[in-house]
Structures are given as C-alpha cells and as structure tokens.
Design a protein around this ligand. Structure first.
Ligand code: NAP
Length: 529
C-alpha cells in the first residue's frame, strides 16, 4: 500500500496562508472515475484543522486588512484570479475531469465560466452603492452595505470549481473572508484555486481550503458560533442538517439543493429542437446536474412519435472516456453514485415504469452507465419524485396545458423547468405558473453569471449569481443622523427648554415630531413654544 501511495500526487490543505497536512496525519485517496484508480492523496482534515481555519478566518476578518481594502483593490485581485484561471484553463479542466469524470470539453466550459464569475463580481465590487432616504424631521437616513464576516462555502462534486467560484467570488468581492470545504471526492481544483489566490497575494486567512469529511468538518463549520454565514450546495438531506446546525447561532444560511425538474414538450414545439433539448436536459453531465430535466412531460398527441425518436437517439449516445473527444457521455462520479443509479432503475421497474432503453452499467473498469429512459411513468412513482442524479429520464404523458402545469408542480422541488412550444403566449403563461427558480423556453441548461440561480420549495433558500448573489453576502445597515444639534426632548419635564426658555411640564408632552405631523413618540417637542 505504501509503495502505491508514493506514486500518487500528494496535496496539502491551505490554512492560515500555509500549505499543511491534517494534524492527525491522516490522508485519503482521490479516485479517477474513468479508471477506478487513485491518482492523488489529500489530507483528511479533522476538527483540529477546522478549528485552526476558523481562528485564522476570524482573525483575518476582525483584525486583518481585507474588509477595509478599497473595492478597487479587491476588484483588481479578483480580476487577476480570473486571468490566472484562464491562463491555466487546460490543466484545470483536465484535473476536474480526472477527479469527477465529466467530459473534458464540459470541464473547459466550467473553468471558463468560473473565470467569468470572478470577473463579474470584480466588476460588481466597484459598483456597490447604498441609499439616502427621505425621512420626516430634521434628520437624514442612509443605508450602507457591509460584509457579513466569516463565511463558509460547502460545495458538491458535480461542478467543483464552478460551485466554488459562485461562492468565493461574491463573498470576497463584498469584503468577507471564506473557508471552502469541497466535496471529498473532488477537492483538487479547489486546492488549485487556493494556489492562485496565494499567487495574487491575498492576505493570510482570507481564503482557505479545508479538505475532510463533511459529516465531521462540514458539520463543525455549520455549527461554529464563530462562523457568520454558510453557503451550501448539495443534497436536500444535508441542507436540512446545515440549517439545523446553523440555528445554534442564528447564522445566515444559503442553500442550493436538489431538483426533479420538469421539461415540458407541447405538440406545437419544434420537434427536432425539443428532442435535442430533452436529451441535453437529462444526459449532459451524465445526469449529475442539479437542474437536469429529469422529468420529461410530453403531450399525448405527439407522445409515441416523440418517445420513439428520443429513445433511438439516446441509444446512439457514445459513452466513453471523458478525455476522448468522441465521447458524448462520461462515467458517473463514484461507485456510490453508480450503485444509487442502479438501485433507482430497479425501483422504477418494480413500480411498473417501462424501461425503453438502458438500465445497465457498462462492462469493464470505470463507473459507466447507459443512458436510460423510462416511459409511461406515473408522476407519483419514486423515479418521478426522487432525485436520482444519474442518466435516468422519466417520461410522462399529459393531455392539456393545465395537466402539464399540475404535473410539473407536483413535486417537493422547485429548482428548474423548461417549456417547448412555438406559441409565445402559452410559453409565458406556463412559465408564470411553474414554481421554479430557473426556467427556459425552447432551450435547456444555458446559465449566466449575470442571472440569479436558486430554487423554490425544497430546492433551496436564497440565490447565487447576479446582483442577488452579492446581496446574500452583505449586511445592510441604516444610519440615522440628527441635523439639529439639540436634545431629543424626552424625559425633560422640570428642565428649561433651550429653544423657549420655558420650564417644561408633563402637560407639554405631545407627539415628538408634532410640527412634522409625525406621532411616532411622545416627548417634549424641541421647537414648540
Ligand atoms: P452532499 O452529499 O449533500 O454533499 C455536499 C457537500 O456537503 C460536500 O462537500 C459534503 O462533504 C458536505 N457534507 C456532507 N455532510 C455534511 C454535513 N453533515 N454537514 C456539512 N457538510 C456536509 O451532495 P453531493 O452528493 O456532493 O452533491 C449532489 C447534490 O447536490 C444533489 O442533490 C444536487 O442536486 C445538489 N446540487 C445542487 C446545485 C444547485 O445549484 N441547486 C448544484 C449542484 C449540486 P463530503 O463530500 O465530505 O461528504
């Protein structure tokens, strides 16, 4: 075992501006899902390491320069990070693919999106402004934005670098500090991000990466009273645990959770475009995409023809090595995810759904699974209600627009939805009726750093990306300024009023700002005789 480990790349965590191993000395392997071979080892961080990271983050926020660094300087550093990500995009994409198995071309898109996210929030950092408000009385009121403090990002394995960027970029742009806890199976590009931050000269403790099991270090971070906010992307189950843990000190919690998103095809849709959109909706990223269109609702009048074409196109998808340019779908991320997919296919069969294609793992090494389609699914079946997070599509027929809306919304989730029709009024009518945070018309999956990302119902709390994503990392403070230099005039009876020279008696009490027609308080009006 020791000889094998010597051949692996050895990585360290980035804590308090230093590259270190776990205090316990423990490590764990990172496995390439295309080969099932370990190729790297990383520290298995524990509670002692998490405590050290929290202390360093607290010090960086409470005593360090970052929260007071001018926005222009913060923006300059974030732009530099974006440039460096782009500069090594090929290496980062390869590392992403090696650790979690997505097609190399898709990893490259993610890496460039991550760079754009840093540029976007660098731009917003210098665009921040507060408000001045019209208020009664001789007063001024204004609102300023401030960072929240020590933030934690906990990320999943399906878009490791991109999900990190969605959290780190707005958090640091707003002047916070962040501890990032990446998913255990895919920590390497997050560690590379730390390397880039170290190169651009970010002050110590402002960005740290802690590798280790979520149930231990993630839970510690979510519960710690020294953490002001946790931004989490992952499963509903863990999201609920984080919400409970965060309640200990009423910390702010942002949750980006799972989905079972409806992709609705009406009879008047462009047939070819809708077929393409249905396939991309579920099989892009091997179905390991939170917003996957995993429930395909097809209008009965075109159902047989649509399903026939869909199934034959799915059968032709080339599953293979993610680094092979000819591959159209790579492996799943882990044996666990492969087992989950297999288990759900059995559940679907047992429930009576018709397996039209797929349903098997591929022979040989690597966690490969066939593109799989269940047809004639009833929306109440578990394969239509529960997130599988694999290449498994549930196709459900519907009769009318009202049926489609009812079926689409009949879920605990509300992350994403798609509508395919040439009728623009119907498209907008249906989109308006859908309870989902991310929606598409005649397309599926394109997303932009500029637009808010997040779900309704159990798909999450709060939003990432766009200006909304920056708001999540900011406190807003109201500042009220008295412009008179006079006492408020409360509890003044028996004293001489400076304005009138008259001794104030209890009978002089009147609405505090009577002259301004405000009756908020009762006191001795400063300006009344
Ligand atoms: P997961 O099992 O919930 O894990 C997500 C992260 O939470 C990992 O870093 C994990 O660490 C950590 N974690 C686990 N238990 C924890 C605990 N008790 N306290 C604190 N942290 C803990 O999710 P996943 O399997 O990585 O990702 C798949 C899920 O993410 C799907 O449900 C998908 O829909 C969702 N997702 C949502 C979005 C969105 O934007 N809405 C985007 C992508 C993915 P370990 O890896 O060490 O266990």
């Amino acid at each position: 075992m020791a000889t094998v480990q010597q051949e692996l790349e050895t990585h360290q965590m980035y804590i308090a501006g230093q590259w270190i191993g776990a205090q316990s000395g423990e490590t764990y392997p990172v496995v390439d899902p295309a080969t099932e071979q370990a190729f790297a080892i990383v520290p298995k961080g524990g509670l002692a390491d998490a405590r050290r990271a929290v202390d360093a983050a607290r010090k960086a926020f409470d005593e360090g320069p970052w929260p007071h660094t001018p926005a222009t300087e913060r923006a300059r550093l974030l732009h530099e990070v974006a440039d460096k990500i782009r500069g090594r995009a090929g290496d980062l994409a390869l590392l992403e693919t090696r650790q979690m198995g997505k097609l190399l071309a898709d990893s490259l898109v993610d890496v460039n999106d991550a760079a754009h996210t840093f540029d976007y929030y660098a731009g917003l950092a210098v665009e921040q402004h507060g408000q001045t408000l019209e208020v009664p009385g001789e007063s001024m009121s204004m609102v300023v934005r401030e960072p929240i403090g020590v933030t934690v990002g906990i990320t999943p394995w399906n878009f490791p670098l991109l999900m990190a960027a969605w959290k780190v970029a707005p958090s640091l742009a707003a002047g916070n500090v962040m501890i990032l806890k990446p998913a255990s199976v895919s920590p390497l590009t997050s560690l590379e991000l730390a390397r880039i931050f170290a190169e651009v000269g970010l002050p110590e403790g402002v960005f740290q990466v802690l590798t280790g099991p979520g149930g231990e270090v993630g839970d510690f971070l979510a519960s710690s009273p020294d953490i002001d906010m946790v931004a989490f992307t992952g499963s509903v189950e863990v999201g609920k645990a984080i919400m409970r843990a965060g309640a200990a000190n009423v910390k702010k919690v942002g949750l980006e959770l799972g989905g079972k998103s409806p992709n609705i095809v009406f009879e008047d849709a462009d047939f070819e475009a809708a077929i393409d959109g249905a396939l991309i909706g579920i099989f892009a990223g091997s179905g390991e995409v939170c917003s996957a269109g995993s429930r395909l609702l097809v209008q009965r009048s075109i159902y047989d023809r649509f399903v026939g074409e869909l199934v034959s196109r799915a059968m032709a998808i080339k599953v293979g090595a993610p680094t092979d340019e000819a591959s159209e779908m790579g492996p799943l991320v882990s044996r666990q995810q492969l087992d989950t997919t297999e288990r759900y296919v059995k559940i679907g069969r047992d429930e009576g759904a018709v397996l039209a294609t797929g349903g098997h793992r591929l022979e040989g090494s690597g966690y490969y699974y066939e593109p799989t389609i269940f047809v004639d699914v009833d929306n109440s079946m578990r394969v239509a209600q529960e997130e599988i997070f694999g290449p498994v599509l549930a196709v459900i027929p519907f009769e009318t627009e009202a049926d489609a809306i009812r079926l689409a919304n009949d879920t605990i989730y509300g992350l994403a939805a798609g509508v395919w029709t040439k009728d623009v009024t119907r498209a907008l009518r249906v989109i308006k009726a859908l309870r989902a945070g991310i929606t598409w018309v005649n397309t599926y999956h394109p997303t932009y750093s500029e637009a808010p990302w997040g779900g309704y119902k159990q798909s999450g709390v709060g939003r990432e990306l766009g200006t909304f994503g920056l708001d999540e990392y900011q406190e807003v403070k109201q500042i009220n300024i008295d412009l008179t230099d006079k006492p408020l005039g409360v509890y003044q009876h028996g004293k001489e009023a400076p304005e009138t020279g008259k001794v104030v008696s209890l009978s002089d009490r009147r609405p505090f700002n009577e002259e301004h027609e405000s009756d908020q308080w009762v006191g001795y009006c400063r300006n009344c005789g």
